[in-house]
Design a protein around this ligand. Structure first.
Ligand SMILES: Nc1nc2c(ncn2[C@@H]2O[C@H](COP(=O)(O)OP(=O)(O)OP(=O)(O)O)[C@@H](O)[C@H]2O)c(=O)[nH]1
Ligand SMILES: [Mg+2]
Length: 231
């Protein structure tokens, strides 16, 4: 099993961004490893409602899972730091709402992103069709360097499976995406997913993908830099 250096800095802002309401603000500060190259990357999750986007992020950031996770309103923001051998990656994570009525807000969240996770639920074929539409939309937004991952979540529901692994794999391959089946419930492949994205961002050859900022030293804390939800 791979050793993940979450050497966290688990600095988590959790705020609902349907506009300006802060639900939870939870800051823990730790220093990143001295001398490590630091990459700050905006990551967005999109996909149909109920596919498990919020659950995946909560599993990754807080190690939590809720059987009755509430639907996201607008979007929620989280941060997490992950060290891979090449760099320390600071993820600014935008977890978008899957309900159709929020669709028009999505560009605000994926614009300038370095990475996008498109999530479907392996037990519902409709969500896979929706994921394909999301991939088309992201491709149209015109950042050829966007690191994209296709994720079939709820792999624990194998007995109810409607989307075969091969279908997901094939579509991801055709579109140059990472592919993984995950379970936010059991935690299967959740850390692995973010690890693979971090590796891909860290090894991206220059010029850097947009949405990524490189710092060679930890020069500043971002305490005053809450750009959503407050004020
Ligand atoms: N069995 C199982 N249930 C899951 C998994 N991930 C999420 N769920 C459940 O699926 C439901 C929806 O999860 P959410 O994380 O809210 O889904 P979402 O994509 O964020 O939904 P929206 O915010 O409406 O877009 C919740 O009841 C979760 O408990 C999983 O891996 N396995
Ligand atoms: Mg959600």
């Amino acid at each position: 099993m791979r050793l993940y250096q979450f050497f966290c800095l688990s600095k988590t802002f959790f705020c609902l961004c349907n506009f300006q309401s802060v639900v939870q603000l939870d800051l823990h500060w730790t220093m990143a490893r001295p001398g490590t190259r630091i990459i700050q990357a905006k990551l967005v999750l999109v996909g149909d409602m109920g596919t498990g986007k919020t659950s995946l992020v909560l599993r990754f950031v807080k190690g939590q899972f809720f059987h009755h996770q509430e639907a996201t309103i607008g979007a929620a923001f989280f941060t997490q730091i992950l060290s891979v051998s090449e760099a320390t990656v600071k993820f600014d994570i935008w977890d978008t709402a899957g309900q159709e009525r929020y669709h028009s807000l999505a560009p605000m969240y994926y614009r300038g992103a370095a990475a996008a996770i498109v999530v479907y639920d392996i037990s519902t074929m409709d969500t896979f069709a929706r994921a394909k539409k999301w991939v088309q939309e992201l491709q149209k937004q015109g950042n050829p360097k966007l690191v994209m991952a296709l994720v079939g979540n709820k792999s624990d529901l194998d007995s109810k499976r409607e989307v075969q692994v091969e279908e997901g794999e094939e579509f991801a391959q055709e579109n140059g995406m990472l592919f993984m089946e995950t379970s936010a419930k059991t935690a299967e492949n959740v850390n692995e997913l973010f690890y693979e994205i971090a590796k891909k961002l860290a090894t991206a050859s220059p010029p850097n993908p947009s949405g990524v900022t490189l710092n060679h030293e930890e020069t500043q804390e971002r305490r005053g830099k809450l750009f959503c939800c407050i004020g």
